[in-house]
Design a protein around this ligand. Sequence first.
Ligand code: NDP
Length: 444
Amino acid sequence: MGYTQDVLSNVLEKNPGELEFHQAVREVFSSIEAVFEIYPEYEKAGILERLVEPERQIIFRVPWMDDEGKIRVNRGYRIQFNSAIGPYKGGLRLHPSVNLGIIKFLGFEQIFKNSLTGFSIGGGKGGSDFDPKGKSDAEVMKFCQSFMTELFRYIGPCTDVPAGDIGTGAREIGYMFGQYKRLKNAFEGVLTGKSIEYGGSLLRKEATGYGLVYFVNNMLEKKGKLIKGAKIVISGSGNVAIYAHQKIKELGGIVVAMSDSNGYIYDPEGLDLNEIKIIKEIDNKRIIEYKNKYPDARYKENSKEIWKIKCDIALPCATQNEINSEDAEILVNNGCYAVGEGANMPCTPEAVKIFLENKILYAPGKASNAGGVAVSALEMCQNSTRTQWTAEEVDKKLKEIMSNILKNISMTAKEYGEEDNLVTGANIAGFLKVANAMLAQGVV
Ligand code: NDP
């Protein structure tokens, strides 16, 4: 057995049942094997064995009282995966599906993504099986305060800087920041995704979606294609999906469908983004409400079927494993020529294989959704110098970062004999920086 196979077998044995984590490790390992033939020193230094074992895993009880006076208990997680190139950095996911395997997959991915941004940030992730949906503001606040009452011991601006993810937006970050500040008696840049009034960065909310579209646009331009005029399907209607839609509109693309976990809406003439923002960001309602204003739009009660809609470009921006091989076949047969991942690991390995075999322009999430964490790093820079940059300054930097990521991973893919395979490029480029830092720091 080869080095990657040995380590993978050990991961499967030591972490039973953590399916998403297994999938993420397999995905990275499948494209970095060539590195160990050229650089045996990584194997000698046990880099992979160390990389797959989180530096620290924190699992804790989160008790809180609901509006009826009933005691509820959730499980909290923070996985501090790798700090070789900087403090742990990665979001907090609040969703009933959250478990250890999901947080570990996200933390593992984050190591390579953060490395690709070019900033000094390590990989981490956290969250809870708490579901903010259907809870009152008071309940969300009580949960967030209880969550932070435990988490505050393990984080800090030079140690670990969490951010948002599914279910964690500005409201949740605000409650967590308030509780951290109270417990530590310190106003410091310990969370990113904060509101502008207390240290947030302009454009952080938009950053993942905008960055995704900048990345996809650059990828298309290299092949003589354009977003302008393209018909685009976006899954999800949360933070990433909405701001991807906004940038696509600015660039002249047409978003024909979006979804939430209940279903999807479709209008071949293009969806009204403002209406979606009202439903999702202001009223906090379901996407079916779109039909109240636009009765001719189609609503289908099965969000999975969104991939049956004919489109030029597909942007999965909801959750992991939302495009399987069947969906990928349908997209390819319907003439889709590009797929850009806004979500983390939204395509199964079988789906990715189909895209690559069919020469679909495929942007892996590690690279294409790195704009969010990159602007989080910019938020950390602004916090440490107590300054605030203009939206134009942040946007300019975001564009440069996304363009550099594409250049870097394209070059790496070519160097390793797999031109245009951005999966290989992203995994190897992300890995090398972290591995070299680990080598330099000795066995720690
Ligand atoms: P939000 O909570 O703002 O939105 C998530 C969207 O996806 C909602 O429309 C939600 O629908 C839908 N969704 C969530 N889970 C499921 C599911 N199991 N099945 C179907 N639909 C689902 O999250 P974000 O937009 O922040 O995150 C979306 C993805 O992007 C995640 O994979 C996240 O890890 C990734 N990401 C986010 C970044 C960020 O900066 N926010 C940065 C990089 C990656 P519903 O409302 O019905 O639950």
